[in-house]
Design a binder for this molecule. Structure first.
Ligand SMILES: NC(=O)c1ccc[n+]([C@@H]2O[C@H](COP(=O)([O-])OP(=O)(O)OC[C@H]3O[C@@H](n4cnc5c(N)ncnc54)[C@H](O)[C@@H]3O)[C@@H](O)[C@H]2O)c1
Length: 247
């Protein structure tokens, strides 16, 4: 029997109580990892962790430095260190599509979570990765970072910049830093919210004419965090069926 790809590894996934984060947590656990299921919604984290063998739930607000330090301490205490950090937690409600009228407090919260939150989680995981001889940080971006789609997309473009900056700083410690920029992933909630014309417009722009699925992201995340990608760092990989076209 072949050994599972992440056997013996300790993986933190933020925003893992719901949606894509939960899918990442399940996938890494299925590949043998011990997963810290971290979410601001502790009851969602607990519920997800109950269903994921060998995982531990933790409540965290990624925008709060003390809370982040405590999340990493929990992962280290429980699983002996950190090998992989998936910075998935993010704010993305429709209200963040506005730029000119979005209240400043909302801009700040958006950046606190989507950008500074990822930076804090990375900063606090660094030593825990060094103690394991290196690691991987994966930032969950969005293809809207390239589309000028409002405050949300501005925050995700900043996140892509953070990915490269951290890759430069952490390379000396054997830590690779990468991003994934998904297009629209058609969870039931997303499909329900979206009007038919928007769905057709998105499919019409994609070269691969089907909706993206969580499995499409999971496969890429497992690859990027594995040794098969050991010579890749600093990049944000677009996973959107060819919606964004650039050479
Ligand atoms: N769903 C998509 O189509 C899509 C496309 C591109 C990018 N993304 C990105 O993927 C990520 C997950 O999206 P989703 O659709 O699964 O969203 P979701 O809302 O279903 O899940 C996000 C999770 O993050 C948690 N969270 C929010 N703020 C937090 C904080 N401050 N600290 C800790 N946890 C926090 C929430 O409680 C929730 O469990 C986000 O970063 C989003 O921007 C999603």
């Amino acid at each position: 029997m072949t050994e599972k790809r992440f056997a013996g590894k300790s993986v933190i996934v933020t925003g893992a109580g719901n949606g894509l984060g939960r899918a990442y947590a399940e996938a890494f656990a299925a590949e043998g990892a011990s997963v810290t299921v971290a979410d601001i919604d502790l009851s969602a984290a607990r519920e997800a962790a109950r269903a994921i063998e060998g995982s531990a739930p933790v409540g965290v607000d990624v925008a709060d430095e003390e809370s982040v330090a405590s999340m990493v301490a929990t992962a280290v205490g429980r699983f002996g260190g950190v090998d992989v950090l998936i910075n998935n937690a993010g704010l993305h409600m429709g209200q963040y599509n506005l730029t000119s009228t979005l209240p400043l407090a909302d801009w700040r919260r958006l950046f606190d979570v989507n950008v500074f939150g990822a930076a804090l989680c990375a900063r606090h995981s660094r030593d825990a990765m060094v103690s394991r001889g290196g690691g991987v940080i994966l930032n969950q971006s969005s293809n809207s970072s390239y589309l000028g789609g409002g405050a949300y997309s501005v925050s995700k473009l900043a996140l892509n910049g953070l990915t490269l900056s951290l890759a430069r700083e952490f390379a000396q410690d054997g830590i690779r830093v990468l991003g994934i920029a998904p297009g629209m992933i058609a969870s039931e909630a997303v499909l329900e919210r979206l009007e038919d014309t928007s769905k057709q417009r998105i499919l019409g722009e994609q070269l691969i004419r089907r909706f993206g699925r969580a499995e499409d992201l999971v496969g890429m995340a497992l690859l990027l965090c594995s040794d098969d990608a050991s010579f890749v760092t600093g990049q944000t990989v677009t996973v959107d069926g060819g919606f964004i076209k650039r050479v």
